[in-house]
Design a binder for this molecule. Structure first.
Ligand SMILES: [Zn+2]
Ligand SMILES: [Zn+2]
Length: 221
């Protein structure tokens, strides 16, 4: 049941962007919170956990995950961390964006099976991303059908990753390396969110407060 929560997060973001969203400070605060919470859970729990396996090449795979995320963000224009650079006149289905988001979402589903804190972190990270993706798509000339198809399939990718991990033996033996790659992905995405959410490096007490809140929440969980 829990593995279906990420799709709820996407649908929630989709609903928010359809009914109430206006580009506002709220979304930036939500993004900053999601980045700091995801980073904290990764560093406090996920990272130490994986190193206890004693597997020597873990570090290489974490770095590989960072590189993979950099490549995915070239393709998506930074959509995984709440950024968009596509032209609004777009009528064709944005396949490259779609595929890069789906790869990212599938991979992040793998470690959240059996790790509740990570599951919460991914859900919190998905809501603002889904709001931004949905509101971007609504502003293109894409048909409603294509937009809904995009969001539904994208939303299903994370539960699918969890499902494959939990119910098949396809990933047996490589799961630990995939987990390490996902750590790299999370490190890159969360730090980019935090970096970009204060682009001009002006001190913003609300943003700083919300970042500290994300850290504290991960600490007390
Ligand atoms: Zn960006
Ligand atoms: Zn993600």
């Amino acid at each position: 049941m829990n593995i279906l929560l990420p799709i709820v997060a996407v649908l929630l973001g989709f609903g928010i962007s359809y009914f109430v969203y206006q580009k506002s400070v709220t979304i930036n605060l939500l993004l900053a919170f999601s980045g700091s919470f995801l980073l904290s859970v990764t560093v406090l729990e996920f990272l130490p956990d994986i190193y206890t396996s004693g597997e020597k090449s873990i570090g290489i795979y974490i770095l590989g995950g960072i590189l993979l995320q950099i490549i995915l963000e070239y393709l998506s224009g930074g959509a995984e961390h709440g950024h968009f650079h596509l032209s609004k006149e777009k009528k064709d289905f944005p396949f490259v964006l779609f595929i890069s988001l789906c790869i990212h979402a599938f991979l992040e589903g793998i470690p959240i099976h059996g790790n509740d804190h990570l599951l919460y972190a991914v859900i919190v990270h998905k809501v603002p991303i889904a709001i931004i993706i949905a509101s971007f798509l609504f502003n293109t000339s894409l048909s409603k059908f294509k937009i809904i198809f995009f969001l539904l399939v994208f939303g299903l990718m994370t539960p699918l990753g969890s499902f494959v991990q939990a119910n098949t033996d396809l990933l047996d033996g490589i799961a630990i390396y995939l987990d390490a790659i996902v750590i790299g992905i999370f490190l890159h995405v969360s730090t980019t969110i935090l970096f970009e959410s204060s682009k001009d490096h002006k001190f913003n007490i609300y943003k700083f407060g919300i970042i500290v809140l994300g850290i504290v929440l991960a600490l007390v969980l």
